[in-house]
Design a protein around this ligand. Structure first.
Ligand SMILES: Cc1cc2nc3c(=O)[nH]c(=O)nc-3n(C[C@H](O)[C@H](O)[C@H](O)COP(=O)(O)OP(=O)(O)OC[C@H]3O[C@@H](n4cnc5c(N)ncnc54)[C@H](O)[C@@H]3O)c2cc1C
Length: 382
């Protein structure tokens, strides 16, 4: 086996998480694909069993498990469960660190226990219809008004948008300085904060993605994360981890599609034999095996480097780029082996094909990943 071994504790954690998904998610997959949202109670159950934000310090109710491999295990098990709409890593490892890294002691005490228990579900609201890759052109604004900030604008494609009850919202804070962006903790129930209906998407059908609206929302000063002019810097700092999470998701999806396909081609009868007898099948699958193993090695190495505190933005971008592009190749090649069956909505490979399209777009498009990698290669051109 090429992968660095997980510890015994981590293997036990994997078993427990797999059982949780088998009991709480897998039986409901079809229903949630129809409703477009996973019930909030599932996050609460995950919290009760210690599966949310496991890295949070024990004083805030967490388990203090800082090793990224615990999150990697959960990401792999979610892919295996084929319920990829369960955006628990987004809540736990992508958004929650903003509060721990940049929040005040009072903010950590107020929010982190709820993040761990699942009483608080997080959203991150950066993107706007005209500001996705180009975040600096966002229009949402916050103006300082005595003891609060007045927030106006809107955000789109926000994940966990129906279930979420605490949003970290990025907004421009200084009309004289376009790069001054603040991060605001906007809570459910604040006057002027509203959300749209779940957006209809081509994949991730059970994941609640919505628009958020802010109309003269009075955000108290104690709900500003860190320095209100440094939000851009905070986002850039945490985006490397976001890309590593995405790379883990993509390579886990590759492995799941691969496993499903191996099982299918071994039993699909044709021309007096089975599909796996064909040289085309064997060679195609062999090629995918080699590519998945290579990409997995890269991801595992990035995880090790990240655990040691050294993962650069360019390397995380490289992992996301390679794994998301490979995911597209894997699901397409695999679906072909399923023939017409693979085109039917009820078959997992069909859903995996649709889910895969977004990973080359969100958490930064492939072209942005190339831009980040090229900056490391050609530093003086910037
Ligand atoms: C399902 C889903 C969930 C999401 N969840 C969230 C969320 O929770 N929070 C949030 O804030 N956002 C979220 N997003 C938004 C996501 O991060 C953006 O879609 C993404 O950053 C791309 O921005 P955009 O869609 O505006 O595309 P654009 O910025 O318009 O880019 C379109 C295309 O232009 C090309 N391009 C862009 N920049 C360059 C460049 N520098 N060089 C060359 N070509 C380039 C690329 O091909 C790119 O795909 C989500 C999106 C989806 C689809």
């Amino acid at each position: 086996m090429l992968r660095p071994p997980f510890t015994e504790e981590q293997e036990m954690f994997r078993d427990a998480y797999r059982k949780f998904l088998e009991a709480e998610l897998i039986p409901h997959r079809d229903e949630w694909w129809g409703t477009g949202v996973i019930p909030k109670e599932i996050f609460k159950k995950a919290g009760e069993q210690g599966f949310l934000a496991v890295w949070v310090d024990e004083i805030y109710g967490g388990l203090g498990l800082k090793d990224f491999r615990f999150e990697q295990i959960m990401i792999e098990e979610i892919a295996r469960s084929q319920e990829t709409g369960f955006m628990s890593p987004l809540h736990s490892r992508l958004i929650a660190p903003y509060i721990a890294d940049f929040g005040s002691l009072e903010q950590k005490q107020r929010f982190l226990p709820g993040v761990v228990s699942g009483d608080i579900l997080l959203m991150i609201a950066m993107s706007e219809p005209n500001a996705g890759s180009d975040l600096a052109s966002m229009k949402t604004r916050a103006l300082e008004r005595g003891d609060h900030w007045l927030l106006n604008g809107s955000k789109t494609w926000i994940s966990n948008g129906i279930n979420g009850n605490l949003a970290i919202v990025a907004a421009k804070t200084d009309p004289q300085n376009q790069r001054a962006i603040g991060l605001f903790l906007v809570e459910e129930g604040m006057q002027g904060f509203s959300r749209g209906k779940p957006l209809k998407k081509m994949g991730l059908m059970s994941q609640d993605t919505v628009e958020l609206f802010f109309s003269d929302v009075k955000v108290p000063k104690e709900n500003v994360l860190g320095n209100p002019a440094r939000g851009f810097h905070y986002m850039m700092k945490n985006l490397a981890e976001e890309r590593l999470i995405c790379a883990c998701q993509c390579i886990a999806a590759c492995q799941t599609a691969f496993d499903l396909t191996v099982e299918y081609v071994k039993q699909r009868k044709m021309f007096g034999g089975v599909l796996s007898d064909m040289q085309n099948t064997r060679f195609s699958m062999a090629g995918l095996r080699a590519k998945i193993d290579s990409a997995q090695c890269f991801v595992d190495r990035c995880v090790e480097v990240h655990n040691a505190g050294g993962l650069t933005s360019a390397k995380a971008a490289g992992a996301k780029l390679v794994c998301s592009e490979l995911q597209a190749e894997v699901v397409d090649t695999c679906l072909q082996f399923f023939g017409g069956t693979g085109y039917m909505d009820e078959y997992p490979i069909s859903r995996m094909y649709r889910d895969a399209r977004v990973t080359r777009i969100y958490a930064g498009a492939s072209e942005i990943m190339k831009e980040l990698i090229s900056r490391e290669i050609f530093p003086r051109q910037r």
